[in-house]
Design a protein around this ligand. Structure first.
Ligand code: ZN
Length: 181
């Protein structure tokens, strides 16, 4: 079994089958998988994926919001994973774009993905670990931009666009996910 890593859809499982078609499936968990004829080279799967991207996006966007509740043990595991990941990613993105923040807090608010205080504390929701990496980056850069603009003014969005040009698309995609675990 193979996997493809896609910037938008994450890990994509590839299964070789005795069929003569390439098929793409979106599971209930929003994971994308591809089944393809056993002799077809992997680059064909990538090509097919590119062609199908708008359709996959449409499919995922039409799915209901994540409603499955996590158990306490699952939350604990997610928190353990989230802390180092989010701290590191925040540090990297801040350094790359010259942002300064004081502290980072990893939390689980029901309605917010992140926040930034006037003292420069960036709070990030552990539920970010359940959404695609590109969207995590969107939230982190959004909060970092608040260290320069403490509002959602035109200036704020213009600043964010310098580091995350496709922010409008990201905002739309974020609506499909819930920060509540
Ligand atoms: Zn904001």
């Amino acid at each position: 079994m193979n996997t493809l890593h896609d910037k938008e859809f994450g890990e994509i499982k590839i299964t070789k089958v005795a069929s003569s078609y390439i098929r793409i499936k979106v599971g209930e968990d929003r994971r994308v998988s591809i089944s393809m004829p056993s002799l077809t080279p992997i680059f064909m799967a990538r090509k097919f994926l590119e062609k199908s991207r708008p359709e996959i996006r449409r499919k995922i966007n039409s799915m209901p919001k994540q409603t499955k509740k996590m158990s306490e043990a699952e939350k604990k595991a997610l928190r353990k994973l989230a802390r180092p990941w989010l701290q590191t990613r925040l540090r990297i993105l801040a350094r790359t774009h010259g942002f300064k923040y004081e502290k980072v807090r990893i939390m689980n608010a029901r309605t917010r993905w992140g926040s930034c205080s006037s003292r420069g504390t960036v709070s990030l929701n552990i539920a970010l670990m359940r959404i695609p990496e590109t969207l995590r980056d969107y939230v982190i850069l959004h909060e970092l931009t608040h260290t320069r603009y403490m509002n959602h003014s035109k200036e704020f969005w213009a600043e964010l666009a310098k580091y995350y040009p496709e922010y409008k698309e990201a905002r739309k995609r974020m609506k499909k996910y819930s920060p509540q675990l």
